[in-house]
Design a protein around this ligand. Structure first.
Ligand SMILES: *Cc1c(COP(=O)(O)O)cnc(C)c1O
Length: 578
């Protein structure tokens, strides 16, 4: 990645041949395949669904994750236990004949792949290749390298990243694909640049690489960063890098400035070798530029795949009024003219379905007339799931004024995230302590794609309370918006762009500390949310309508992929003035 001053790399128009290869450690491909953990994987899947819809010449690479991401169980006290979710790739994919190898420590590991065809609405296919090392040629340890998503220690992670980046880049060639652009979705795939550099050198020694060789690699690579805090970046010690990647490679990466604080930093590596880089929301790009001031980092705000996340009742309603929204999400703007009663009725169906799911899972009976808040996301401490319980007395007053309040929680903590697990226990404990006839709180276990869809469509308000600036983007509020559900959130990530006060939801104002932000959260509930919901259903319907029209028409991957095409993959050339 070069600063703005260097010669821009540009396509004058779309290339007549070749394609984009997209690399991501996780991809939510199909609800039956446990190959994703959360936001990053869902974004990757939605990106590929939209690329298929739009007919973009693109292929994708990920790991097969044979043991899946874990299934979450919570006991009475909210103590999380995890269970692996083994799945069989041949149930969903076909095996490719191509084989490549990568070197890991001093071993040669053979890699094969499984192909899943993502079919777009007009029949265009985006093949997704799931890399797999579980083969007889490999030793027992290496056979397990593509088993666990975000499992094991940092040694395991670096080994996986070799398979994803170097194995993936080589696999693209072995499959006969001509790749114009390699897109690294987060730093996990950054080692693909090393494979490209080695290919550029035709087997020659890495220390013979010239600036022109490196420029050649840069011209083929683009990068999206997803991490807003230094501790979140993927990093490996020099000792690990030397042992697992090899001394020559490590020396080269050190020479190229890919180390920070004596650690191999995968974000730096990806930035150094990319001609274009972006963050996932305007605020996130700004934060990223502050972390890496020597690089130009653009922003392309995330989205979600509308046909995947718009619930059936809302789909039917829109199809009856303006079916063009499926082809081009910009037409979602027409939601502004939807009949108020229709949107309320469609939402009522979603809410009943959600509350039935709550009863099925917990035995608790919720009331479809009562204001219902949703809070579901990875249980990381910065998301502050317990902010709502800061002042239980005030929360109870709000529930009383509203004629009842229901709050539905869900979310997994990473198996090694003890504070995250403790947070779930705290929410479950608080839920038991504070629940009564007027205030009902539940925590649903095993938050995943399907539960996420039911939740974002069925609640009345989607709540998000991250500590700034930890939320790079967030996408669950976008899913809610596409179902007409407003957000009540901290102004971080996408919500800085998405919040139009009173029209798409409400902002929780920035405060000096947690208590001040909790105060703002309560105040918005007291003065805006509760009166509007309780007293003026027709105004609530109009709020749902503007939420869908303004935010549905923008925060989708149909718009996002078009931005990637023209800003990142194949930018329009600037014509130099004479
Ligand atoms: C959409 C989604 C996410 C992302 O949620 P945010 O917290 O808004 O980033 C995570 N997990 C699942 C299962 C999702 O469907």
């Amino acid at each position: 990645m070069q600063p703005e001053s260097s010669k821009p790399f540009c396509y004058e128009s779309f290339p007549s041949s070749g394609l984009v290869a997209y690399f991501s450690m996780e991809i939510a491909i199909n609800p039956g395949m446990p190959t994703y953990s959360g936001g990053l994987g869902v974004l990757a899947g939605d990106t590929l669904r939209s690329a298929a819809d739009l007919g973009v010449p693109l292929v994708a690479f990920t790991l097969v994750h044979r043991k899946g991401y874990f299934q979450q169980h919570l006991d009475e006290k909210g103590l999380q236990s995890e269970e692996i979710q083994p799945w069989n790739p041949s149930d969903f994919c076909t095996e490719e004949k191509a084989r490549v190898t990568v070197s890991v420590e001093d071993r040669i590991v053979t890699v094969r792949c499984w192909r899943y065809d993502m079919v777009g609405r007009a029949g265009h296919v985006v093949p997704i290749y799931l890399l797999d090392t579980d083969m007889e040629e490999n030793t027992g340890w290496d056979r397990g390298l593509t088993d666990h998503l975000y499992g094991g220690d940092t040694n395991y992670r670096l080994e996986q990243e070799i398979v994803l980046g170097m194995g993936g880049a080589r696999m693209a060639s072995a499959l006969g694909h001509k790749v114009n652009v390699h897109h690294m979705n987060e730093g996990h795939a950054a080692l693909l640049t090393l494979a490209l550099l080695e290919r550029q050198l035709g087997g020659g020694p890495l220390n013979g690489a010239t600036e022109a060789d490196i420029e050649e690699v840069r011209n083929q690579c683009v990068f999206t960063t997803h991490t807003p805090v230094p501790a979140g970046h993927d990093r490996f010690s020099t000792e690990q890098a030397i042992r697992i990647l090899g001394g020559d490679r490590t020396a080269r990466l050190e020479l190229m400035g890919c180390f920070r604080d004596e650690m191999l930093n995968m974000t730096l590596l990806a930035l150094r070798f990319s001609r274009y880089a972006n963050g996932v929301a305007m605020q996130h790009a700004k934060v990223s530029r502050a972390m890496f001031p020597e690089f130009a980092i653009d922003s392309i705000t995330n989205g979600v795949h509308a046909p995947t996340w718009v619930s059936e009742p809302i789909q039917k309603m829109m199809d009856a009024n303006f079916s063009s929204w499926r082809r081009d999400n910009l037409y979602l703007r027409n939601a502004i003219d939807l009949p108020e009663q229709e949107i309320l009725s469609a939402h009522a169906v979603n809410k009943v379905a959600l509350l039935a799911e709550v009863t099925r899972r917990t035995g608790q009976v919720f009331d479809p007339k009562v204001l219902t808040l949703g809070f579901a996301r990875r249980a990381a401490t910065y998301k502050r799931a317990t902010l709502l319980f800061t002042d239980p007395k005030r929360l109870m007053e709000i529930a009383t004024a509203a004629g009842g309040l229901q709050i539905i929680y869900a979310g997994k903590a990473h198996p090694q995230d003890e504070p995250g697990k403790a947070l779930i226990q705290k929410v479950v404990e608080d839920a038991a302590t504070f629940s009564n006839d007027l205030l009902r709180i539940v925590y649903l276990e095993n938050y995943d794609w399907k539960l996420g869809a039911i939740l974002t469509a069925g609640v009345d308000v989607w709540v998000n309370t991250p500590r700034r600036p930890y939320e790079a983007s967030g996408t669950s509020g976008m899913k809610a918006a596409l179902n007409g559900v407003p957000s009540l959130s901290i102004l971080d990530g996408w919500w800085i762009e998405g919040c139009i006060e009173g029209f798409t939801g409400w902002a929780i104002e920035d405060g000096a500390d947690d208590a001040a932000e909790a105060d703002s959260l309560y105040r918005k509930l007291e003065t805006a949310v509760v009166p509007l919901y309780r007293d003026t259903p027709e105004k609530w319907a109009r709020l749902m309508r503007t939420t869908l029209a303004f935010n549905g028409s923008y925060f989708n991957t149909n718009r996002m992929v078009k931005q990637y095409i023209r800003n990142s993959y194949y930018p329009v050339k600037l014509i130099e003035q004479a």
